[in-house]
Write a protein that binds this ligand. Sequence first.
Ligand code: AGP
Length: 611
Amino acid sequence: MCGIVGAIAERNITAILLEGLKRLEYRGYDSAGVAVYTNTDGVQRRRRVGKVSELEAALASDPLVGQLGIAHTRWATHGAPTERNAHPHFSSDTVAVVHNGIIENHEVLRERLKGMGYAFASDTDTEVIAHLLHHHLKTLPDLVDALKATVKELHGAYGLAAIHQAQPDRLVAARSGSPLVIGLGLGENFLASDQLALRQVTDRFMYLEEGDIAQITREKVSIWNSDGQPVQRESVQYHEGAEAADKGEFRHFMLKEIHEQPRVVQRTLEGRLGQEQVLVQAFGPQAAELFAKVRNVQIVACGTSYHAGMVARYWLESLAGIPCQVEVASEFRYRRVVVQPDTLFVSISQSGETADTLAALRNAKELGFLGSLAICNVGISSLVRESDLTLLTQAGPEIGVASTKAFTTQLVALMLLTLSLGQVKGTLEAGVEAELVEELRRLPTRLGEALAMDGTVEKVAQLFAEKHHTLFLGRGAQFPVAMEGALKLKEISYIHAEAYPAGELKHGPLALVDKDMPVVTVAPNNELLEKLKSNLQEVRARGGELIVFADAQAEFRDGPGTHVVAMPHIVDALAPILYTIPLQLLSYYVAVLKGTDVDQPRNLAKSVTVE
Ligand code: AGP
C-alpha cells in the first residue's frame, strides 16, 4: 500500500528519498511524489502517476536539491490515481504532508476548512491534514504543537509526515493505525513507513507506537505519546534481511522467494524442535499454562494467511482433537461473535499490519477469549505487540506481492501449534508427535525436491497461456491448498481461477468444465485418493483437461487430456506444505508467459493497512 519516506541531513536528500521509494515499490502503488525544502524556492514538489522511475525521470530533468524532504508512493483510496491526487499535498505552498491510511471524517473537515477559505486542489482525504496543520500553525507556530492539535481532530488511521517552509530544521510525524519507523544516522535522521526503505542509509531504527508524535531534526529525535507525555522509544539495530534488497540470480522477487522456502522453513523450525517433541516454550514462557486451558481455537486472517488458517483447522481437529473455527478478518470484525468458553484467538499475518486482522484482534480482546496468539513474520509489528503470545515465522522480508514463503512458514508454525496444543493437552495419538517432528526435520529437503520440478512445471504452464478460466480441486487439507493455488494464479496472471473441494464438483461447477477450462488437482496418496480419482473421471468425461500433481505412489497415469506431475512422497499431514510449491511455480510461469507484472500485480498492495 502507500509508502512514506522522509529525511533530514547535511547532504542532498533527494536521492535518499527516491531510493527509499524504490525499496517500497513492492507494496503496490499507482503514483509517487517528493517534496523538498530548497534554499532558493522554499518547499517544492514533483509528482508523477505510474512508477517511481517516472518520478526519477522528472527529477532528472527538473532537479530538487535540499537537506529536508518527504516522499510518498500512493495507492488510491479517495480520488483517482492522478498527479493532482498524488502526495505530498500542500497548503498555501508552505506546508507539505504525506499520509498513509484513511481519514474517516475528511468530508466534515473539508467543509469546515472550505468555510475558512481553504481551496482544495485534490480529491484526497489527505489534503485536509495539510490545511488543518496550516490552520493550527496560525496560533501554534511551533510545527510539532500544530501537529498535536491537528491529529486531535482526525478520525481514522494515519501514519503521516509533514514539513513547513518556516521551520526547515525539522520534520514531524504522527502514527495512529499505520506504522512509522525512524532511521537513526550520525548528524542525519530519516523516517519511513517500513524500515526496508531506509536500509541503505542506516541499520538503527526506532519504531513509533500507536498515538506517538515525533519531531526529527538532524541531531535529535523527540517523541510524545498519546497522552502528550515525552517518551523514549527503544532503538534497535537491525542486521537481518539484507538479502531481501535484490533479486540475486532470479528474474523476479517471487521466484527468488519461492526458492528460498527450504531455507526459511528450516529457520522457522530452528530452536523449536526437541528430540521427539515440539518445544512449547517457543510460543512464550506462559504458553504451556495457557495452552493447557484451551478447549477451542478461533483463527482469523486475510488472503493467503486465511488459507493457512484453513489448513490448520484440519490439523487441529484431526491430530489434536481441538475444535477450530476459521474466519476472514473483515467478516469476523463486523459480526456478533459467540465465543465458546476457553477459546484461544489466533491471528495469522505476514505483515502484522493488515488493518482487518488487527481490528479483529482488538475486537477479540473485548469478547472474552482465553488469550491471543499471533503467527506473524514481522517481530516489530502491531499484531505481535498487541498479542499475548507470538510465534514468529522466519521467512525474512517478502517483497513479491504474491505471498509464497510467508505461507509455507505459516503452515510450519501452525503445525508446531497443533503439536504443542496436542502435547500439552495429551490429545495426540501415541507416536504422532515424534513421527511428525522427524518429518518436519526432513521437510526442507522435500521442499528442495519439489523445487527441482521447476522445469517440468514451466512446461505445464504453457497449457494456461491462452486460457481465461481455471478450476483448482483438492480434498481435505488440500482444499485450502487448492484455494491458495487459485488465489496465486488470479492475482499474478489475471486468469480467473476458482477452487472447490473436489466432492462439490457435481453440485454445480461441473457445468463449467469443457476443453477451455483446465482443472488443476493436488492429489497426495491418502484415504481420499480413490474418491478424488472418481471426481477427476467426471472432469475427463466432459472433455476437461486435467493437470494432476500426484504422489508418485498414487498411480495416476499421463494420457490424452491428463497431465500428471509426480511429486516426492511425503507423510500426509505435511502434504499441504509440499503441494503448495508446484502451484506457486505454476502461477509464476503462467504470469511470465502472459507478461504481467509478477512482483507488483495491478490493483494490489503488499500490506493492506486500510480497510
Ligand atoms: C497473498 O498473495 C496476498 N498478497 C494477500 O492475500 C495477503 O496474504 C493478505 O493481504 C494478508 O496479508 P498479511 O498476511 O500480511 O496479513
